[in-house]
Ligand binder design. Structure first.
Ligand SMILES: [Zn+2]
Length: 421
């Protein structure tokens, strides 16, 4: 080991940094609204670039806006060992989702500087663009391009609900970088994240050793009927898109329950047109999110949903168009990276358990092109994608310490392997 046995991050500095950047897009309820590629996203990116430069790092940006802050090592021809996550948030997001992964990475760089530790490979911190997918679907868009799951043209063509294009917005905020997305090689990738579920807290564990991510598919459904007057159109002559959509939404819930307890299904976004109290709805748009640790079960849920929606549409004389906008297969992380997380937690005597991630993460895509694992820390009540999202300072510190140690141990392991032949 070339790093001190008791190595730890500066807990105060990390917490202060989290609270400081939480002011960028701060909401009245204590959360953050910092949607991807908005002016607030640009502001936090500018802050991140400045902070990394102050820590002696060079920052490069690829053509999807992914940011890579590099601290040189002894052998800069080696691919870097990276810590990555995201600084964008949901419209009513919290202070921790994604953010602690990037800022603990920054704290890792600062700690290495404080202790004057020279790593073998370069160490990098990555801010992935548009993890949340709230403004531009699908989620994890730019780690997806990085891993070859999506093309750059596909990403650029994504539009928000106002019709603004991803590519145009990326250029508007000045973060279309010169490096081709995906050309940047990584030796390994670690991501610290809040669990966004209740399991660690319920079991009194500080660290989740994440072994993989469950499979998921997203759909967009547009139901079309006929707008007409609410006072003069008899019930039997109506083609009410809202009524059909309501029955389809219940069907989505029933399908997920049939595939439970591991299967989950959610309709979280509904738009009704014209959305007027005395007009029978002519068009309803809604999203569907299905997840399960088994890919075969996700496929079955999709098949059942398509059949159920077709049946409701036929009965209610409506048209229903279903678009699958995202397919993310279940992921198993790299065993050596998982072990590095486990060893790091054990070395610091943090109570830990293995866990499969329910939510998707950038690491799910990065795992396709680099050895990857994740570290979870608890969040109060399992609450996330919520302004009241809360993780204690001690828990964030523990996660950052595990991240630091896993990265350093991996760097050491690669060096030993190269040296040992
Ligand atoms: Zn996240």
């Amino acid at each position: 080991m070339t790093f001190p046995a008791n190595i730890a991050v500066n807990a105060e500095r990390l917490w202060d940094t989290i609270m400081q950047t939480a002011q960028i897009g701060a909401t009245a309820k204590g959360g953050i609204k910092r949607l991807t590629l908005t002016d607030l996203d640009r502001q936090v990116r500018d802050w991140f670039r400045t902070a990394c430069a102050a820590a002696g790092c060079s920052v490069t940006v690829d053509d999807m806006g992914n940011m890579f802050a590099r601290r040189p090592g002894r052998d800069n021809a080696l691919p870097p060992i990276a810590a990555g996550s995201h600084l964008d948030t949901q419209p009513t997001g919290g202070k921790f989702d994604g953010i602690i992964g990037v800022l603990s990475g920054l704290e890792m760089l600062r700690t290495l500087n404080d202790l004057q530790i020279e790593t073998n490979a370069p160490i990098e911190v990555i801010n992935w663009t548009n993890e949340e997918g709230s403004r531009f679907a699908p989620a994890m868009l730019c780690s997806g391009v990085f891993a070859g799951a999506f093309s750059r043209d596909f990403a650029d063509s994504r539009t928000d609900r106002e019709g603004l294009r991803f590519g145009d917005e990326l250029e508007r905020i000045g973060y279309r970088g010169g490096e081709t997305c995906g050309a940047h090689k990584l030796g390994a990738h670690f991501e610290l994240h809040i669990e966004q579920g209740p399991i660690l807290e319920a079991e009194g564990k500080t660290i989740g050793i994440v072994t993989g991510v469950q499979g998921m598919r997203w759909f967009e459904v547009t139901v079309t009927g006929n707008e007409s007057h609410a006072g003069s159109t008899p019930m039997q002559l109506r083609r009410d898109a809202m009524l059909g959509a309501a029955r389809m939404i219940i069907a989505v819930n029933d399908i997920a329950c049939r595939h439970g307890p591991a299967g989950v299904g959610t309709v979280g976004l509904v738009e009704c047109r014209p959305n007027s109290r005395n007009v029978i709805p002519g068009e309803v748009f809604f999203s569907v999110d299905f997840r399960h640790p088994s890919d075969a079960e996700v496929v079955a849920m999709e098949d059942e949903m398509r059949a159920a929606i077709a049946a409701v549409a036929a009965e209610t004389k409506l048209q229903a168009a279903i678009e699958r906008v995202w397919d993310s297969p279940a992921v198993r992380f790299n065993q050596e990276c998982i072990d590095a997380v486990r060893d790091a937690a054990a070395a610091q005597h943090y109570p830990a358990r293995e866990i499969v991630s329910g939510p998707g993460h950038d690491s799910a895509y990065v795992a396709r092109v680099a050895p990857t694992a994740m570290i979870f820390v608890p969040c109060a009540g399992g609450l996330s994608h919520n302004e009241l999202e809360k993780t204690e300072k001690e828990q964030v510190t523990a996660g950052a310490n595990v991240l630091l140690r896993a990265v350093l141990a991996t760097d050491q392991r690669f060096a030993d392997r190269a040296g040992g032949g």
